[in-house]
Ligand binder design. Structure first.
Ligand code: ATP
Ligand code: MG
Length: 599
């Protein structure tokens, strides 16, 4: 410790909100270089390397081979897949001295695809899985929580290449099980959840979430094993209703009812519903129409109207994940409630009284003189459902407006917030919600990248076929932070053995030269036994400070050499349980070796 490049801090860094960020900085594992960009100090690097080692071993176990790409890449391959544009503001773009465009890679699908295209040409070369452990760059809108969301971070990214779909399924399954092993070895109890493919494109996709309140991902699960990111949850769709004989829609005066609550109250006064027909109106009987503004990757702004039952809120993340197929181009979009400025350009939108078109002949949302607005509805708005909704005139609502008869829509979108108690789409019972940190993400990309970059091989029949790919990422630096979140107490970090920066922290307590001599000797003995040792040999530092540092650093075993030495004993303490035992000096090395081996 007298030589180690380390300064522990008493105070939490001012910008730190979460425990891992505070403790990793205070314990001298990392230092902030810029927002979302960190420097790794010796202890932090040691933990990082151990996490990487676990990942390397599990990648090797499924036959994936390690390569290493540059982080600084030319524009052209990303242009070919359109991600130069699609990535939007998240991409760090730069130019060389000749004015040529470059980027700092946010992920490497393009480069891996081109590398395989360069060197391979036959089905006999496949299947192939390649990976790297490498810095990624994303100009995150909200770099927060230290390593959890960095702008420079380390990812293990792998890519699989197969000649057919069955091959891709096998590669995907291999990665999935490798990921479960990685997180199990790290002691991170992750939940694999169904995910949407997002900007990646492709079909099947799962995320590995580490459940914690501070997580930015919301997911749901049922007791019977269904689990999905909320973005990927699908609504249980009710059956269509036969509307022959349904009464005609009727426009009624509903003054001062711009909100769902005021509307429901007024409806129950103006047009009360009979007990036999379902009793008093509730928010669920109203169709709420929300105007959203989409900023396309090109910067263009487009309005979209979403119709949903009035008892539900819009979940913008769900809209964002699912709106892609309705937009004129793929890529990263901005999404928010439309503002005053947006609405001014749409004079037919009457705030608070917006409804879908009143008849199929004259749909408001495609009226002359205004830009055609995309109108999307929640899956619960099935044909035959009847609604109270805005009449597109101030102070008026329409009652009994029947979907499929009185109005239509451009598409159906998963857009509402998912609630605890909602039914799981697979019929496995009610959902409960939880928060988590995304630790890993696996995708079946299919042929999107291979087609864009023309990666083909000859198949068994001598025919050129486009290769099918998977891509698989683990957040390595994020894993270090999640491990710190999962393993700390009020005094500091409490690393699990698999990733601890050392096996044992030897503390010489007191001033006697005999104490330092014995501590030194024990440290040498422990090292000779193959353990990683931190030895606190600082002479003029008080026992309180030394113990405080040992607890802050979080090495699993703390061996204190102090007063007991006159009786021939040292104290060996388990950092996690706090259990301490006096052990004879000459048995101490064996004792610690056993503790390391048996945990
Ligand atoms: P998020 O939704 O958290 O922004 P993502 O879905 O954009 O993540 P992927 O592109 O799937 O991330 O990247 C694979 C893995 O890389 C993620 O599962 C996560 O563990 C890690 N990762 C992504 N972005 C960051 C970041 N800004 N800082 C640290 N790790 C990250
Ligand atoms: Mg992801």
């Amino acid at each position: 410790m007298s030589q180690l490049f380390l300064r522990t801090l008493r105070e939490d860094p001012v910008d730190a909100e979460v425990a891992s960020h505070k403790l990793l900085v205070r314990a001298g594992y990392i230092r902030r270089a810029a927002p979302g960009i960190y420097t790794w100090l010796p202890l932090g690097l040691s933990v990082l390397r151990k996490v990487e080692q676990v990942i390397r071993e599990e990648m090797a176990a499924i036959g994936a081979q390690e390569v290493h790409f540059p982080a600084l890449l030319p524009r052209e391959p990303y242009e070919a897949t359109n991600r130069w544009t699609e990535y939007g503001e998240g991409l760090f773009r730069l130019q060389d001295r000749k004015g040529a465009d470059y980027l700092l890679a946010p992920t490497h699908e393009e480069m891996f695809t081109l590398l395989v295209k360069d060197l391979y040409s036959s089905y006999k070369d496949l299947p192939l899985s390649l990976y790297q452990i490498q810095n990624k760059y994303r100009d995150e809108a909200r770099p927060r929580a230290g390593l959890l969301r960095g702008r420079e971070f380390i990812m293990k990214d792998s890519y699989s290449f197969d000649v057919d779909d069955a091959g891709l399924d096998a590669s995907y399954a291999a990665h999935r099980s490798a990921y479960l092993k990685i997180f199990e070895r790290l002691g991170l109890d992750v939940v694999p959840v169904a995910a949407t493919a997002g900007a990646m494109g492709g079909s099947r996709s799962e995320e590995f979430l580490f459940p914690t309140e501070i997580g930015e991902d919301t997911f749901v699960r049922s007791a019977a094993g269904y689990a999905a990111n909320v973005e990927a949850v699908t609504t249980v769709v009710p059956a269509d209703i036969d509307f022959t004989g349904a009464p005609a829609a009727e426009v009624l005066d509903t003054p001062d009812t711009p909100t769902i609550e005021t509307l429901v109250n007024a409806s129950n006064q103006i047009a009360p519903r009979a007990e036999a027909d379902g009793g008093p109106w509730t928010a669920a009987d109203t169709l709420k129409n929300v105007v959203l503004a989409v900023t396309l990757p090109t910067g263009e702004r487009q309005l979209v109207v979403i119709g949903l039952p009035g008892d539900r809120g819009v979940d913008l993340k769900r809209v964002e994940a699912n709106i892609g197929s309705f937009l004129p181009m793929a890529g990263e979009i901005g999404l928010e409630q439309a503002g005053e400025e947006d609405l001014k350009k749409q004079p037919l939108i009457v705030k608070g009284y917006l409804g879908p078109g009143l008849s199929l002949d004259a749909p408001l949302l495609g009226s002359e003189g205004t830009t055609k607005l995309l109108y999307l509805v929640d899956p619960r708005v099935v044909s035959g459902t009847s609604w109270i909704t805005g009449a597109n005139e101030a102070g008026k609502h329409v009652f009994g407006l029947v979907a499929g008869r009185d109005f239509t829509w451009d598409g159906v979108i998963e857009c509402t917030e998912v609630r605890a108690g909602d039914p799981a789409p697979d019929g496995s019972g009610p959902l409960e919600t939880a928060r988590g940190i995304e630790m890993g993400h696996i995708f079946q990309l299919g042929r999107k990248y291979a087609a864009a970059l023309d990666l083909k091989v000859l198949d068994q029949n001598g025919k050129q076929v486009t290769v099918t790919m998977g891509s698989y990422g683990v957040g390595v630096t994020r894993a270090v932070a999640a491990l710190a979140e999962a393993n700390h107490d009020a005094k500091g970090l409490t690393w699990p053995r698999a990733v601890a920066p050392a096996d044992v922290h030897v503390v010489a307590v007191g001033k006697g030269e005999d104490i330092f001599a014995a501590a030194e000797q024990l440290s040498v003995g422990l090292e000779a036994a193959g353990l990683d040792v931190i030895y606190d040999d600082r002479f003029k530092v008080s026992p309180g400070v030394k113990f405080g540092d040992a607890e802050l650093l979080g090495v699993p075993t703390i061996l204190a050499v102090g007063r007991g030495l006159v009786d021939g004993v040292v104290e060996i303490k388990d950092r996690r349980t706090g259990e301490a035992e006096n052990v004879a000096v000459d048995k101490a090395v064996d004792y610690v070796v056993n503790a390391v081996r048996n945990s």
